[in-house]
Structures are given as C-alpha cells and as structure tokens.
Design a protein around this ligand. Structure first.
Ligand SMILES: CC(C)(COP(=O)(O)OP(=O)(O)OC[C@H]1O[C@@H](n2cnc3c(N)ncnc32)[C@H](O)[C@@H]1OP(=O)(O)O)[C@@H](O)C(=O)NCCC(=O)NCCS
Length: 294
C-alpha cells in the first residue's frame, strides 16, 4: 500500500463497530469476541482517549491499537491489522504512534502480553520479560474424590471477587462454567471448550501461593471427572511449571489455549514529557489494579 493512502487517527466511540470487525477477522484469542473487545475498548476509550488509535485506508478501518496508562508505564492491550492488510507496515506504524503517545505522557516503558506475535514485537525492539505457559492435564486415572467444601456457585464467586475481577470474567459466565473454590483458598473458573466437550479451560483463577493453586486444580480435576470432561488446560507462571510437570501436567495441545509472552520496551526519552490530560491522570490508579491482558 502506498503510504499516503493510510491515515492514522485517534478513535471515537462511534468506531466501535469497525473495531469489532477488525478484531473478529484478525484475532485468534478471546479478543476476537465482541463481548471481550467491545467493553474493553469502551473502557479504554473512556479512561485514556489519547491511547486509542486506528489506521484507515480510504475511510475503512484496517487496524487499531488500544491501550492504557499505569503509573510508570503504558500498556498495549490490543493491536490488530485486518488480514488483507497485514505485512504492509501498518502494525509497525500503529505501534510507533502508540509508543509516541506513551512518551508524551511522560512514561518510558511499554508493556504487553502476546500469544502469537512474539517475533513482531522483537522486531519492534521489545524483549520478553516473562512467560505464562499453558499446560494441559488428562484426568483419566486420577481418583481423588471431589470435596463438597469446594462446591461453588457463581454467586459465591461474585462475593469473593473485586469489581475489576468480575469485569474480566463477566464474558465467560454461562451454564457450562465450572467454578471450584473455598473462601480461604481461592477459586478457579473453567469453561467447556467450544469445540470439544471433553475439554475444560481455566479462564480465571485467584489464589495466594502455589499450594493453593494446585489444591484448587486437584479439585477441578475431580469435578471435571464427574462431568465427563477429561482434559483441563491452565496457565502457569514459569516458577510453577516444574511442579506442574511433576504432577502430570504436560504441554498444551489444545488449539485454544496458548502460552503468553510478556514483552517490554524501554522508550528513548525523545519527547519532552508533557502533562497528562486530566482524564488520563484521573484514571491511572484504577489502571494499576488491572492485570495485563494477553
Ligand atoms: C501482529 C500484527 C498487528 C502485525 O501487523 P502488520 O501490519 O502485519 O505488521 P508489519 O507489516 O508492520 O510487520 C512488521 C514486521 O513484523 C513481522 N510480523 C508481522 N506480524 C507478525 C507475526 N504475527 N509474527 C511474526 N512476525 C510478524 C513482519 O514480517 C515485519 O517484518 P519485516 O519488516 O522484516 O518484514 C498483525 O499481524 C495482526 O493483526 N495479527 C493478528 C492479531 C495479533 O496477533 N495481534 C497481536 C496480539 S497482542
């Protein structure tokens, strides 16, 4: 594409349908779903208007970058270019403009999590600072019984979680969810895999410490067995992976559960830091509480 045909501008709420359409055609992960990307975009555009940008080819949106500010860094929540326009330099251009906006807010670091575009970010000067591995467990042959103390309704879960955590799981609530937990240990929420009823994927977990994590997972296994599911997938921090492998977890072969790479880039202080807009400044505190979106 010739450069002059591409226009990059700040997004407005009315661009939502185009954002949903680009996301649906380019993402493989949950962000392709309107119920994930839609509220995420509205949340980000309301709190950090200057960090939402779109690339347009003759008036048609062909890509976007959506992000937020934390106290000392900027977070790129999502970037996508529609498949017909990929590998033409649009993603790089969006990312450069996003970084410039982060610099202008006085921050010198950008962070993000990505399952599929590791090499794109490496080319753009990012380094991998952590990995969250997705492993799977086959529950056949494990006969630990389900302890009823770990029975959990979605209402119990709602009582245990902070508002921002509830926001992040809202889109997963459905009758096919499996919630397992105990107030003093934590909770995990898994959903039936869309294509294979034999598989349940952990979509949210909250616990303090490795022991609690594995206790919850052993109860989830028992619950899965009761339901007839026999493969569970879950994300593990690098520090937990060794123990998980010893406990029978193995590399995920599910096409729907991916390892996430956390990337970071230090920006050169090329731009004179200017004050944030009042809107952006007011929202930094709430952004700090949010986990990185992969
Ligand atoms: C990742 C993405 C935004 C890149 O946009 P793009 O417009 O295709 O990227 P560019 O054309 O600017 O490519 C820049 C460089 O990164 C490389 N690259 C682009 N996408 C890549 C990918 N998915 N994996 C590995 N390398 C990639 C290109 O080859 C190019 O390198 P080159 O200059 O040596 O040829 C786009 O491919 C996309 O939307 N992918 C699907 C959604 C996604 O994975 N988003 C990121 C999730 S966080």
């Amino acid at each position: 594409m010739r450069r002059h045909e591409l226009m990059i501008r700040q997004l407005k709420a009315k661009d939502l349908p185009s954002v949903l359409s680009v996301a649906a055609s380019s993402f493989k992960e949950e962000a392709r779903r309107p119920e994930v990307i839609g509220p995420g975009f509205i949340d980000d555009i309301t709190r950090f208007p200057s960090l939402q940008i779109g690339a347009f080819d003759g008036g048609l949106m062909v890509g976007f970058a959506i992000g937020e500010l934390a106290e000392d860094w900027g977070v790129l929540d999502w970037i996508a270019v529609t498949p017909s326009h990929q590998r033409m330099g649009i993603g790089s251009e969006l990312l450069k403009q996003f970084e410039r906006r982060i610099s202008l807010s006085g921050r010198q670091r950008v962070r993000l999590g990505t399952p599929f575009a590791l090499d794109f970010y490496v080319k753009m000067g990012y380094t991998c600072v952590g990995t969250q591995r997705v492993l799977q467990k086959t529950v056949v042959g494990n006969d630990e019984p389900f302890d009823n103390a770990f029975s959990m309704t979605l209402n119990d879960l709602v009582d245990m979680l902070e508002d921002f955590e509830l926001d992040s799981i809202k889109c997963f609530f459905s009758s096919s969810c499996v919630a397992v937990g105990r107030r003093d240990v934590g909770a995990v929420l898994a959903t039936e895999n869309r294509w294979s009823k034999d598989e349940i994927d952990v979509v949210f977990s909250k616990y303090e410490g490795v022991e609690s994590h594995f206790l919850l997972l052993s109860q989830l296994e028992a619950k899965a067995r009761q339901r007839g599911a026999y493969v569970i997938t879950e994300k593990f921090d690098e520090a937990e992976v060794g123990l998980a492998l010893k406990k029978g977890w193995e590399e995920s072969r599910s096409p729907l559960a991916w390892t996430t790479y956390y990337m970071e880039k230090r920006l050169r202080a090329r731009f004179r830091a200017i004050a944030m807009t009042a809107e952006d400044a007011a929202n930094v505190d709430s952004a700090k509480k949010k986990p990185l979106k992969p």
